[in-house]
Design a protein around this ligand. Sequence first.
Ligand code: WT7
Length: 680
Amino acid sequence: MISRVLTYSDKINLPPNVLKLFGSNIIMSDLKSNKVSKLYEDIKRAKISLQGKKYDILRKNAVEDSEQFWEQQAKNLVWFKYWDRTLTWDPPFAKWFAGGSLNASVNCIDRHMDSQFKNKAAIIWQGENEETRTITYYQLFKHVNIFANALKSLGVKKGDRVIIYLPMVPEVVIAMLACARIGATHIVVFSGFSAKALADRANDSESKVIITADGGYRRGKIIELKKIVDESTLSIPSLEKVIVLKRASNDIKMTNMDVWWHEIVQNEQQYCKPEILASTHPLFILYTSGTTGKPKGVLHSTGGYLTHLYATTKLVFDFRSTDIFFCTADVGWITGHSYVVYGPLMHGITEIMYEGTPDYPTTDRYWAVVEKHGATILYTTPTALRMYIKFGDNTPKSFDLSSLRLLGTVGEPINPDVWQWYFETIGKGNCPIVDTWWQTETGGIMLSTCTGIDDTIPMKPGSASFPVPGVDMAIVDEHGEVVDANKKGYLMVKKPWPGMLMTLWRNDNAYQDLYWNKFKGMYYTGDYALMDEDGYFWLLGRSDDVLKVAGHRLSSMELESTFVSHKAVAEAAVTGRLDQKKGESIIAFLVLRSDYPPTEELRKVLTDHVRKTIGPIAVPEGIYFVSKLPKTRSGKIMRRLLKSIANREDSIGDLTTLEDNTSVDEVKHVFNQLKNEIVE
Ligand code: WT7
């Protein structure tokens, strides 16, 4: 039984901002097509099915007594000792399951050693080339135990921080679980980040060890990870050891600090007793971009985080023991932590881990992987789907995708036409789509339809539907008042939830300030959203200065300070341009120092500077040299104006909420002046 589809015609009732986001042209043209009449009947039936109400009742009860709901969920984990209190809430600091103790690696591997999952494949790893590896739960258990002992022999103790800078190979999972086993807090750094980004994270977290590889493969080329680590280690005083996995066999230099992975595991014991850890023990830090110039260290707990994941994987994906789950995220991001590592492994699911990019060496990789390994659930991003649409339908159609039963999307809003393509071309109209909204900070999924409760819940293409049971969310206006249906506002979380970050690493003030001070007692997500008359949530992009490029989070401020750190740049402002493929692309407005002429050559130098400082994901799409930045009277950059220019809009549009009483005429004047100055 598949979920009923509500189609575009429903969205015609939505306010202009939704239409604008998705492009009214798409909606209007589709409305005229016969698709609509075909699906109109479905809409009517969907509305009837909503009256089933099972789901609504569950959600209502779970939110009214959310502590009881989460307590029930927590009982699905393996605990050494149950908690004394479900939630200790000292706003904005939450302790979930205080007094309880557990270990994350026990929950992912030991728990399966006495079950029928023991010799089942945990990870089917697919290399960028034809190479594959299958690791059973038992083998994973062995690897983790041995590597945990090796870490201990190197002096890593409970509470220490360990950086993991590895490509997408099974060892990244082994390293994470081994850290968890001995109570070390892991910090996975995406292997596309630069030496400086790596050093910044290692220094901020005062990490003792870096786990890396000689090299990793990306698009047929070797990324020389060890070389990047060598560049960064010069400036990490806390560092004691670098563990190097042999992966690409490229030439590297081993120093006194370096040890080979395969050598340190050679004589270790097969079993490592797991540390008994408090529920609030920090499992990991993951750095993410925010509105400040520096990445923030989002700190996650053990008991609360795992409870959220155990529950959401079941509720949203309806995990069954026969599932083969293919989440395409890299472990360097939160999706990889939660839905490649902890969520699926706790359930004893077989998962596919894919090393490469969607389009190398051929433009069919995800479909080839689904067919080859018989994936039943595919969880991917709108960016990847948009890329595949561009390659045409013949490619996916030439594969047998009939093993799929459920599709998922995450990371950015999905355009309804992309949704429809996913539903029809990939799912053949047989697979529900779960559009899951969440964040690095939320730990796990917050908004999504839950096929694990009711797989007849009507889906609306482009909407992330409802809060998952036990999660309470609202959309509020500037004063923190809940807005009416179909009105845009700030997306907030009203009650603590178990997957929530505990704080920002060593920065309680910033944690309080950035997330909890906008409206007292509520968590500020940084997203705009609206709720329609059926209670469905529609995400309308970020309300802060965070960019979403190919689903990855980048901070305008961080990019600006990177530009300004170059000697040629006096001032910088960065904004996003809507991008057909990546969702958003980076556009920089730069004022140069007087002795630097605005040349094409300099543009290249500055692009390279960004690549080296942050990484390839931060490379700007456009750099505009301007004589000055548009500012309000109190000196604030007029970002909305820049955004309009970056998006090649003819006029600046709505001027009603301009700060600082800058006159409308003045803004219009600046807008026209700046537009004329820009050469593309
Ligand atoms: C931001 C969080 C969620 C894990 C990967 C990204 C945007 C995320 C959706 C969605 C619309 C979405 C939001 C959010 N976002 N999922 N289904 N629909 N927008 O995690 O890097 O922490 O980014 O991604 O803007 O705040 P992240």
